[in-house]
Design a protein around this ligand. Structure first.
Ligand code: TXE
Length: 486
């Protein structure tokens, strides 16, 4: 059976008849065959979304009705949580417990945005004339949305829920490597009764489908999560009609640990920071900055714990870390490990592919690094941690900010004032004090510097799917009197 895409309210095959096989990265076996869309399919979806927005009345559907649809999606997703978790586990490789967590987060995201649409919106102003000045928020129009493979369902939902809540129509393209949960999600959209053309799903590759969406003059906004190199291409493609853009890109985020912490606790968080989701997390704590005096003891404890991580297929109950997403990505990560060795860093543990079927790589830690090394500067996006050493607060901040990225960062210390001093100096959009990773649908997500543009989630993420319109209402029914009458 060939899985179809959803365009203008119909489940369709690509015009070209091409297909793509979807693999389970833990077994290297084909788990599904999907239709492989290309430019003509993307054009059809864009045309449908345009019509649904401009002519079919979606943008005038009452906010409460949009909320009802989103609540209905949340309920169905919750009812089928196990089915969705299993799909993401098979398609992405992540351990089942992580996939379950993602589904429950996705349900929460739909509910959050369903709730937001009926809350107070806009502003009014006291202006120096007899005029009522006010601002209303309106949908932007047709939104193109392109997502990566590391959180197949969740990344889709972060984009679709606020866009639909705000009254936009969407043309959504999941990663070609992990489209399965998005296909199921669109089946739910159909079931709950979104009108024809409002939600469109186009399957296919980035350079064809993704590029078409990003470049189209019929698309009013493009939202992208993925690598920085691709983000730059999307931004360039978007200049044709100066569409609104939001980009959520890579990172090389610092996790800073001072010598006053409880070592066991900080080690535990440091492991979670880098090895959750196999390190394939844009906000991963991929640089661990340790204060000199605790460095050796910390690394010893960390390596001991890292070596105990159970790496295996997501469906095995003991698995704590799964495979990397693909052979190509695994090879990229292994290449970085070779680069690290060539650069003279010390391999404290890991470093190898695990000898079994599937794209499994050992949890890997490098010490004795130098700030200019490639493994310190570049996003590896795998289970590879680089450790850096610092003397004092000043050096910690300098090292922490010394990359092109600025997505996330954390500080561990028992000194509350110091924690806040450090966090305020971090050039990063998502930060923690004495924790790493927990974030919430309610709070904005996004990066400084080359980690992106704009914010997703929370009220910021909702506003990013709206235009701002000022309306001025004259309270006097009389001429303006600017030009003489005769
Ligand atoms: O991602 P891409 P890739 C980083 C990570 C990884 C690197 C490359 O470092 O090693 O990016 O991964 C679509 N126009 N992240 O190549 O290319 C593509 O089809 C329009 C960080 O897998 O960014 C997919 O849907 N779209 C990251 C999406 O972009 C294009 C998550 C993401 O793929 C396109 C993933 C084009 N020209 C990787 N080319 C994060 N920030 O979380 C590709 N795409």
């Amino acid at each position: 059976m060939i899985e179809k895409m959803y365009i203008d309210g119909e489940w369709v095959l690509a015009e070209s008849g091409e297909t793509r096989e979807i693999l389970n990265p833990a077994t290297e076996k084909v788990i599904a065959t999907v239709t492989e869309g290309a430019e003509p399919d993307a054009f059809k979806a864009i045309t449908a979304a345009r019509r649904a927005f401009d002519h079919d009345g979606w943008s005038e559907v009452a906010a409460l009705e949009r909320a009802r649809l989103l609540y209905a999606v949340a309920n169905k997703l919750e009812e089928r949580a196990e089915e969705f978790a299993e799909l993401d586990m098979l398609d992405n490789g992540k351990p089942l417990r992580e996939a379950q967590f993602d589904v429950s987060d996705a349900v929460g995201c739909f509910r959050y945005y369903a709730g937001i649409v009926s809350k107070p919106q806009g502003q009014t102003y006291n202006v120096p004339d007899a005029m009522q000045a006010m601002v209303v928020r309106e949908p932007i129009g047709v939104c193109g949305q392109i997502t990566p493979w590391n959180y197949p369902l969740l990344m889709a939902v972060w984009k679709l829920a606020p866009a639909l809540a705000a009254g936009n129509t969407v043309v959504f393209k999941p990663s070609e490597i992990t489209p399965l949960s998005a296909i199921k999600l669109f089946a739910i959209f159909e079931e709950v009764g979104f009108p024809k053309g409002v939600c469109n799903l186009v399957l296919g590759a980035g350079p064809t489908v993704g590029q078409t969406i990003a470049a189209s003059h019929e698309v009013d906004k493009i939202a992208f999560t993925g690598g920085t190199v691709t983000g730059r291409k999307i931004m360039e493609a978007a200049t044709g009609n100066l569409k609104k853009i939001s980009l959520e890109l890579g990172g090389k985020s610092p996790n800073i640990v001072f010598d006053d912490v409880d070592l066991e606790t900080a080690v535990d968080w440091a492991l979670f920071a880098i090895f959750a989701n196999q390190g394939q997390v844009c906000s991963a704590g991929s640089r661990l900055l340790l204060q000199e005096s605790i460095h050796d003891r910390f690394v010893e404890l960390l390596v001991d714990r890292a070596q105990k991580i159970e790496v295996g297929p997501g469906n095995e109950p003991n698995s704590e870390m799964g495979p990397l997403i693909s052979e190509a990505h695994m090879n990229k990560v292994l290449k970085y490990i070779q680069i690290g060795l060539a650069e003279g860093a010390t391999l404290a543990c890991g470093g190898k592919r695990i000898n079994r079927k599937g794209y499994f790589v050992e949890p890997t830690i490098f010490t004795n690094t130098h700030p200019e090394m490639q493994i310190v500067q570049e996003e590896i996006f795998g289970p590879v941690l680089v450790v850096q050493k610092f003397k004092d607060e000043g050096e910690a901040v300098r090292l922490a900010n010394n990359t092109i990225y600025g997505l996330a960062g954390a500080v561990f210390t028992k000194d509350g004032a110091r924690a806040q001093r450090i966090i305020r100096k971090l050039r990063a959009g998502i930060t923690w004090i004495n924790a790493y990773h927990p974030t919430y649908n309610e709070a904005p997500w996004g990066g400084y510097k080359q980690s992106g543009i704009g914010r997703e989630l929370g009220t910021f993420g909702y506003e990013a799917y709206t235009e701002v319109k000022q309306i001025n209402i004259n309270l006097l029914d009389e001429p303006v009197g600017w030009f003489k009458r005769e």
